[in-house]
Design a protein around this ligand. Sequence first.
Ligand SMILES: [Zn+2]
Length: 348
Amino acid sequence: MIVLKKEVYKTTYLSPRNSFELTDVYAEKRYDPLTGHRVRVYEIEWYTKPVDFYTLGEKSQRRCPFCDGKLELYGARFDTKFCKEGYLKKGEVILIPNILPYAENAAVSILTKEHVVPMGKMSKDTICDSINLIFDYAKRVSKFHKKKYRFAHLHWNYMPTSGGSIIHPHMQVYVTDEPLNYHRRVLEKAEAFKKKHKREFFKAYLDYEEKLGERIIEVTENCALLSPFASRGMLGEFLIIMKNAFSYIDITENDIESIASLIHNLMLFFESRLIPGFNLAFYASPIDKKIMRAHIRIYPRVYRDTETFATDVETPTLLYGESFSLISPEKNAKNIKDFLKNKIKTNT
Ligand SMILES: [Zn+2]
C-alpha cells in the first residue's frame, strides 16, 4: 500500500577531491509516497555559518510595525462589529488583520513583545498561544460571516532566511473555502489513495514508518514527528502528523500543546545546528470531511552562503519543482533523536 521508491544514480568525472582520478559519485532519487514528488539526495557534511540577527534586527526595528507602541499606530484592526477591541489576544500573542489582501480573511499573529527572538529562544507557551489564537480566529470569523469556512491555512515564515520580511516573530493564516495549490494536490492524491486502499494515507504512512523506525523522531499521544522519506529541503524537512484531527475544527487544545512541544524541540535542534529560520505550513481536510489527517510541514531555511546572502532555494527547486537535499532523512531523524536524548540527560 505504501511504496517508498528510491533509485540510485551516478555521475562520473575527474574529481579534484580524488587527485583528478575518474570517480563515480552516487546520489539517490526518492519519490514521495503520496504525491510522487521526486527529490534528490546527495549526502555531504554541511555546516551553516552563524548570522547575527540581533544586529540585523536592530537595523530593522525602527521600521517594524509590530513593535510596542507602533502596533497601535500602524497595525490594521478588525471591524468593531467583529471584535470590540479591534484585535484578538491570548497570553502575549496579539492577532490583527493582515494589511496585505492575501485572502478574504487573512490575519497575522504577533507572537512576542521582543522584536528579535533568535532560534531556540521562543517559549513553548508562546507557540501554543499563537496556534490556539489562530484557530480561534478561524472559528470566530466563520461565525461572524455565518458560514463554515472549510480551511484555515496557518503558516509561519520564521526569520529572514524563510522569506519573512519582518523579523519580529509572527504567524499568518488565511481562512478560506479553497485549498492552496500544493494543498489541493495533496488532497486530490489523498482522496485517490483512500478510494483505492480504503485507508487514510497519513495514518497508513505513520504506521509504516513506525514499523521501520528509521525516520520517526518522536511520537506523543496526539501526534508524531518524523523526517519524511522524500524530504524536500536542502537540509531536509519535518512532518507532524495529527493522530485524530482531520480539519482545523477538530484540533483540540491538547493537540496544540503537543504540536507546540514538537516545534519547540525542533527549534532547539535548529539552534544547535545554527539553522536560523524555517517555513511551516498546516494542511488539513476541509471541515466535516475525512480525506486526510491534519499535518504540518516544516522546512528549515539557511543562507547557503552567509557572505553573499545566497538562499537555499534555487531555480530547480522553484521553477522545476525538483528538490535537492544534502542530508538523508534517516540521518536527520537520528541527529535530532540524539540531540533530544542529550537534552533530557543534561536536564536531569
Ligand atoms: Zn518589531
